[in-house]
Design a protein around this ligand. Structure first.
Ligand SMILES: CC(C)(COP(=O)(O)OP(=O)(O)OC[C@H]1O[C@@H](n2cnc3c(N)ncnc32)[C@H](O)[C@@H]1OP(=O)(O)O)[C@@H](O)C(=O)NCCC(=O)NCCS
Length: 261
């Protein structure tokens, strides 16, 4: 895996091994490695967790790059150990967004983060958060002000990382196969702040903790304008905050009726 001055975005050390990694912008030259890593991670997921990650082939990744979208990779000891996608929609290319669930109201302003995979041998090194930060910085650099992402409601590792990074649960959407996903939203500028806090105290007028299993109650809170802003891993609860001046896109209200869950 070639790391060059042109594709290198960031370097660091893996907390578990102390070895150096590089975050790079991948190109069509890396498609074989990208496809192989995605396939390996998908195959490794048990059947009841396959919905965490859409299956993708080389053509999908090729199209993704052809449309001017981004794939970031994490290279360790010359091998690709993690990767993530960033889709940069425009008015013409909305239908394929975010698992066909929703189209953001301001596509040209939006960056959609998805396709995050870490090779099983390198999990627990915080790479998801590192690659979230790298994509948010990149989105900022190219003027995308809104960040949208999603995670299967059963994928705690993934949605906890999105919450930790400052994104908020804005809606619960359904894939065509019926599996549910938290839809996340964040403002690029806010997410880049060093000490970002969700529930900006003076701005929060109500805070409700909801069991992570109580999806019906969570949907009701989201419809009322609450945003998922944190979690308590011990209690298995998600914190929902009602803000005085919500900045979110409110994807609940724009989703087409057939997809409303
Ligand atoms: C979700 C995923 C990207 C997170 O990867 P990551 O960067 O290694 O995540 P983190 O380092 O923050 O670890 C997250 C959690 O994974 C768990 N974890 C840690 N080491 C692990 C290991 N060796 N194997 C499996 N899980 C491990 C821990 O519970 C950790 O939680 P903690 O931070 O509270 O300790 C990764 O698990 C993955 O690739 N999963 C399969 C594909 C997927 O679900 N993608 C997300 C699509 S939205």
């Amino acid at each position: 895996m070639d790391v060059t001055a042109d594709n290198l975005l960031k370097t660091g050390t893996l907390p578990k091994t102390g070895g150096a990694y590089q975050i790079i912008k991948l190109s069509a030259d890396h498609l074989d490695a990208v496809t192989a890593l995605h396939k390996a991670v998908h195959a490794d997921l048990p059947d009841d967790k396959k919905s965490f990650l859409m299956s993708k082939d080389a053509t999908t990744f090729q199209k993704h790059l052809d449309r001017g979208n981004v794939i970031l990779g994490c290279v360790y000891e010359g091998r690709l150990i993690a990767q993530s996608l960033m889709t940069l929609p425009d008015a013409q290319h909305q239908s394929e967004l975010l698992n066909d669930m929703i189209a953001p109201p301001r596509p040209e302003n939006t960056a959609i983060l998805g396709g995050m995979v870490v090779h099983p041998d390198y999990r627990g090194n915080g790479l998801q958060k590192i690659m979230l930060a790298a994509r948010i910085s990149l989105a900022h650099a190219i003027g995308r002000k809104d960040i949208v992402s999603s995670a299967d409601i059963g994928n705690m590792a993934s949605w906890q990382n999105l919450l930790r990074k400052g994104l908020e649960i804005d809606a619960i959407g359904a894939r065509k196969d019926g599996t549910l996903r938290y839809i996340f939203y964040g403002k690029t500028e806010e997410l880049l702040k060093e000490k970002h806090t969700h529930a900006n105290e003076e701005n929060t007028i109500a805070l409700i903790e909801c069991s992570r299993a109580a999806i019906g109650a969570q949907k009701r809170l989201l419809r009322k304008g609450y945003k998922g802003t944190g979690f308590d891993a011990g209690q298995e609860t998600i914190k929902f905050s009602l803000k005085a001046d919500p900045q979110a896109l409110n994807l609940n209200s724009i989703r087409s009726p057939s997809l409303t869950v």
